[in-house]
Design a protein around this ligand. Structure first.
Ligand SMILES: [Zn+2]
Length: 353
């Protein structure tokens, strides 16, 4: 099979022909039809996670995967109804199945977890062995394309969970303003979920580029505000003109860049909630007093669990999610990694096999 693999940090991926993986009795061999390219893949290559997890090379990146069931292991229960040729998406965070988080369904935050795309197998190759519990079947009647489905397993999933946390915390409602920080791969979905789950909240998108703000507007943001070269006061004035208030009650931060974090907390109202899903920077540096005195709540939110993805797929099947994807060829992976590193891709780059 074709595979694009890391043989070390800070190097282009090696495009090579490798042997098709074997599967265990409880696994399914997934034929990858499309794989989304995530900023996280670039960070993996650039060594961003190096101090958190040591890698054994070669590593096959790619954790946003949609495909077809190719082969089914002998112990996979027939009751789950998977058959060869079924269209499926892959749930990314694989837990040990025994800890409290796994038992509650949050396998993606298991301390003993593993993730496709951060080890030997990933979506930058044509086949991936998958424990059967981590596949969700997508009904072919809905005619969803693999290049639309693949990004839903991370870019279209992570902000969904982050916004659910705001919703469940009571941070949203018709008299609230929800800010979406960053309109890249994740943010273009976040804007849509903000409208779908926002309980009537006014949705304001913040981004640096006019092109990305246009996507946010098209996907339903009530207001869009450019942050490029502008001070907190400038942004506050524009926010006030747009909404009648110079502050926001909740933030879904899809960027995670230092300046966006400063801006998001700078605009946060008393009793505000901040949900973090973006990872551009690597530190949060904030004054403590407002956290206490203004009763801020910070929500870390990581990827999504099986149930979150199942809900996202249901929305997609209902035709309620719009996609901003750029389909690319396997041969052009390295070129696109460079573009993502520069922040030059609007929407999601998706490899289609
Ligand atoms: Zn666990």
């Amino acid at each position: 099979m074709r595979a694009a693999r890391m043989h070390g940090y800070h190097r282009p991926l090696v495009l090579e022909d490798v042997r098709e993986p074997e599967i265990g009795a409880e696994e399914v061999l997934l034929h990858v039809r499309a794989a989304g390219m995530c900023r996280t893949d670039v960070q993996l290559i650039d060594g961003y996670f190096r101090s958190y997890a040591e890698m054994t090379f070669p590593v096959t990146p790619g954790h946003e995967i949609a495909g077809e069931v190719h082969k089914i292991g002998s112990s996979v229960p027939r009751t789950i109804g998977l058959e060869e040729g079924d269209q499926v998406v892959l749930v990314g965070g694989w837990g040990d199945g025994t800890c409290r988080h796994c038992q509650q369904g949050d396998t993606q935050i298991c301390a003993h977890g593993r993730w496709p795309g951060f080890g030997p197998y990933g979506g930058y190759a044509e086949f991936v062995p998958v424990p059967y519990r981590y596949l969700i079947k997508v009904d072919k009647r809905f005619n969803l394309k693999p290049e639309e489905l693949a990004p839903l397993t991370d870019a279209g999933l992570t902000p969904y969970r982050g916004i659910k946390k705001l919703r469940d915390a009571g941070a949203l409602g018709p008299n609230r303003v929800l800010g979406v920080m960053g309109v890249g791969g994740l943010g273009s979905y976040a804007v849509q979920y903000a409208k779908l789950l926002g309980a009537g909240a006014t949705v304001v998108a913040f981004a640096r580029s006019a092109e990305k703000l246009a996507v946010a507007k098209e996907f339903g943001a009530d207001h869009v505000i450019s942050t490029k070269g502008r001070s907190l006061d400038d942004v506050r004035k524009e926010l006030n003109q747009a909404t009648g208030r110079g502050e926001i009650d909740a933030v879904i931060d899809c960027a995670g860049a230092e300046e966006m974090i400063q801006l998001g907390f700078g605009l946060l109202a008393i009793g505000g909630h901040y949900s973090s899903v973006g990872l551009v920077g690597d530190r949060i540096n904030l004054p403590l007093f407002p956290f206490v005195a203004r009763e801020y709540t910070y929500h870390g939110s990581f990827w999504g669990n099986h149930n979150d993805l199942s809900e996202v797929i249901s929305l997609a099947q209902q035709g309620r999610i719009r996609h901003s994807t750029k389909v690319i060829r396997f041969e052009d992976i390295n070129e696109n990694i460079d573009l993502i590193r520069m922040g030059d891709v609007v929407g999601r780059a998706v490899i289609k096999y």
